[in-house]
Unconditional design. Structure first.
Length: 180
């Protein structure tokens, strides 16, 4: 690894997990919130990811890019979150409908969520780059570190992802099964 590599070396992370988690918790939470859209679910997913990271802390420190491994763990927790909730029967498959104020508040988010889901199905790196840049507010260097790529590649995948996202949302065919 040379000095121009964007990847974090294991020595960049503190040996104490608690210091690391306190430093990264806000960024982890913003990524989880951008995917789950409910603050409580995002907090629970972040804490579960933190628990898994704690168990694997020595492996994370030994990894070539420790931060990328922590974000991989977080993405795994987010992917499994609702399935685990249903399996544990804490969430009913058919929940009571929310009140109209809540629906009005989230109305503007649904098209974006559907378009990001469609983009993620075909280009997960682009979708994650757009989420991290525009929903979590991270720099290209931080995105590269979390997605285990270079800042240039993060910039390109974000740019292309935005273009594709605009096409998906302009065509209006996301989630309907229609061909554009």
């Amino acid at each position: 690894m040379n000095e121009h590599s964007p990847l974090a070396s294991p020595t960049d992370l503190p040996l104490d997990f608690e210091v690391f988690f306190q430093r990264e918790q806000k960024a982890l939470l913003s990524v989880a919130a951008s995917r789950l859209r409910d603050r409580r679910d995002a907090e629970e997913a972040t804490l579960e990811a933190g628990r898994r990271m704690y168990v694997k802390w020595e492996r994370i420190l030994a990894h070539v890019n420790p931060k990328a491994m922590t974000y991989t763990i977080l993405h795994g927790v987010i992917s499994d979150f609702y399935r685990r909730e249903i399996r544990n029967s804490r969430v009913q498959p058919y929940a009571d409908p929310p009140d109209t104020a809540y629906l009005q508040e989230l109305r503007s988010c649904e098209p974006l969520d559907l378009a990001l889901d469609e983009l993620e199905a075909t280009a997960p790196l682009q979708a994650n780059s757009v989420r991290l840049r525009h929903l979590a507010g991270l720099s290209y260097e931080q995105i590269a570190e979390r997605l285990h790529t270079t800042p240039g590649a993060a910039k390109v995948s974000t740019s292309i992802g935005l273009q594709r996202l605009k096409e998906i949302m302009t065509n209006g065919s996301y989630g309907t099964g229609e061909d554009a």
